[in-house]
Ligand binder design. Structure first.
Ligand code: 8ID
Ligand code: ZN
Length: 349
């Protein structure tokens, strides 16, 4: 009994706001599934998409959302490995060509013809969403759909970013933006991987959360007189962290990170502040042998692995839930930098 109409949040023009309204339910194509989305995390990317921050245009009208957790209710005739009733997740990479040099080497996020949920195709801020079967996340039945939803982007992305950093157990990683959605999960993945975490963000509430999640030190970028010195001071011999994960949505920390990362260390750029540059002095980069790289979501194996950390109880998502109808309020809090952890929307209200 799939309805013909459903509630959705629709971006009708770039800049927003989102409009809560009824729209038709689509039928899945031959290689697609229809997922009854129960809960969806709200990622800062969804706000960038509504505001039109980035150099690639979105589709319009657009249904955002790419952390959708739900139940498969229909599938196309070519779909064999996803069953009706399975718990499945809509993630950022909704589909890829599966046949280019990148897809062939498990770098699907680098595919030249990607379908992006909540950006180039409609995403999970609706009750019934379409996804390519090859790319849906397979959510173990024992996982609560509400609590697991933020793993589908935030979890996968920071797990991948930590792997890309090359940091090994016993080493130090700085997480910049540690009190937000990606950051609060990054602290826990890092800890589960045997790393020491220095959390960087602003305000007492985020300080408390980061410590509670297992960070060994917190540097407050809003009150610190010298972030670079404070981060170094939190590491043995003041040499700086072996790796830095940048998940903040401001340009400044993208300049600071190369100053406090340890010699031979790696700076991983993940956050996507609008019109920002990552720059570092050539001299220091050379004589300190610094690596600066980007990391972009994760492939299908990363998805399974990130979910498995969650299933084993190693990751607790700090989230608050509101009705899908309240999405615009979440965007307001997000643009003010006032979200501690993640917001999840419940598509039934
Ligand atoms: O694949 C990717 N690379 C990927 C995947 C998912 C999300 C990239 N992202 C991008 C988003 O588009 C966004 O630009 O990562 C960024 C962070 O997403 P989020 O975690 O969903 O955003 P948030 O919850 O608003 O958290 C951002 C945190 O950064 C802090 C804020 O206080 C907030 O807690 N922050 C800021 I803004 N400036 C800071 C600074 N100078 C800072 N923390 C430390 N120092
Ligand atoms: Zn995201």
């Amino acid at each position: 009994q799939i309805p013909t109409e459903q509630w959705a949040q629709v971006v009708e023009k770039t800049g927003g706001p989102v409009v809560y309204k009824k729209i038709p339910v689509r039928t899945p194509g031959p290689d697609e599934v229809l997922i009854n989305v129960k809960y969806s995390g709200v990622c800062h990317t969804d706000l960038h998409a509504m505001l039109g921050d980035w150099p690639i245009p979105t589709k319009l009208p657009l249904v955002g959302g790419h952390e959708g957790a739900g139940i498969v209710v229909a599938r196309g005739e070519l779909v064999k490995d996803v069953e009706i009733g399975d718990h499945a997740g809509i993630k950022w990479l909704n589909g890829s060509c599966l046949n280019c040099t990148f897809c062939n080497q498990a770098d699907e996020p680098l595919c030249g013809k990607p379908l992006l949920s909540g950006y180039t195709v409609d995403g999970s801020f609706q009750q019934y969403a379409i996804a390519k079967a090859a790319h849906v996340a397979h959510i173990p039945k024992e996982c609560d759909l509400e609590a697991v939803s933020p793993i589908l982007c935030a979890g996968i992305t920071v797990y991948k970013g930590l792997k890309e950093s090359g940091a090994r157990p016993g080493q130090f990683v700085a997480i910049v933006g540690a009190g937000g959605g990606l950051g609060s999960l990054a602290i826990q993945y890092a800890k589960a991987m045997g790393l020491h975490v220095i959390a960087i963000d602003g305000g007492d509430e985020k300080n408390e959360l980061c410590k509670q999640l297992g960070a060994t030190a917190f540097v407050d970028f809003q009150t610190s007189k010298d972030v670079v010195a404070d981060v170094k001071a939190a590491t043995p011999e003041g040499l700086g962290p072996h790796a830095v994960l940048l998940v903040a949505v401001q340009e400044k920390p993208f300049q600071q990170a190369t100053q406090y990362v340890r010699a031979r260390g790696t700076v991983v750029c993940i956050g996507l502040p609008a019109n920002a540059m990552v720059s570092a002095p050539v001299f220091d980069t050379v004589i300190r042998m610094i690596t600066i790289k980007g990391s972009y979501v994760g492939n299908r194996a990363d998805t399974t692995e990130a979910l498995e950390f969650y299933r084993r109880g190693l990751i607790k998502v700090p989230y608050k839930t509101v009705g899908l109808s309240k999405l615009q309020d979440v965007y307001k809090l997000m643009s003010e930098g006032n979200i501690v952890g993640r917001y999840v929307v419940d598509t039934s209200k």
